[in-house]
Design a protein around this ligand. Sequence first.
Ligand SMILES: *Cc1c(COP(=O)(O)O)cnc(C)c1O
Length: 334
Amino acid sequence: MSNEVLCDFRSDTLTKPCAGMRAAMAEAEVGDDVYGEDPTVLRLQDRLAGILGKDAALLFPSGTQSNLAALLAHCGRGEEIIVGAPYHTYVYEAAGASVLGGVALYPVPVEEGRHIAPDTVTAAVKEDDNHYAISRLLACENTVSGRVIPLDVIEASTRRARDHGLNCHLDGARFFNAVTGLGIDPAALAAPFDTVSICLSKGLGTPIGSVLVGNRDLIAKAHRLRKMLGGGMRQAGVLAAAGLYALDHNVARLAEDHARAEELAAFLRAQGATGVVQDTNMVFMAGNDPSLDDKMRRDGIEIGGPYATRRLVLHKDITEAGLVAAMQAFGRHL
Ligand SMILES: *Cc1c(COP(=O)(O)O)cnc(C)c1O
């Protein structure tokens, strides 16, 4: 029995900046980004806009604020967003677009725990009638709880949304996990969307930061909204340097997280765990033993819970020794 945490599977948000990232942050060239004078922030924004094949990008303190600014850039009061019922923008962002922007959120069911079917989009779009909210935006997510949506599948949803005159936003908190899972060009995955929000602080390992990428007009609107929401930051180059470091060092290695998640899932199945589902860097399993969390914790392993479905997230701060210890502990307790 030990109190030391050997392996923490709760989230990839737990990743800490490594020595190299901290050095890059310490050495960052900075200026006042509210004045548009922080060269490192401008570099990060240009770099991500280029990678995604879009006009412009904007650094935010969090993914929630980046999504919120995007939703409010797309929609005005009395307008409506069609969003997957389990998506973060609907469930976990305190209904910010409704509270602060008078925007309605219309949740719709998703297929296979991830994508919105084209006919679901059509059924959700309201006719032009003065009784109704005005349908304006399709809000997608990729990955969804680790599940990756293939390009043709997400394109079918966005194409249908375009047919109805809607704009399209992607909550790509784990955009690079999706790109890695699909093995495609980031610009191809971003192409169906007007705006894409990407978290730097999850598997990419920065302490803070998300970036909204999109066309010039929408990013200009989002820039005003960011100021309004209190997200204008001064010498933010310290954070942008972490983001640039992450793009150089932590994107290519996401494939390792995915491979280790697959390995862990196979091990859990072999131990008789039920309901094991794995995609990209996440593993889920049925939670039929409420005491499992405590047993694992006593062995130094933290798992997501207590949930009916337990979540195990692989990330760069899970060491090889930690993963071995976790497998041994699962072997004892499952
Ligand atoms: C983490 C996350 C966000 C943003 O969360 P913040 O904690 O505000 O950075 C948005 N969408 C999804 C799917 C996420 O996982």
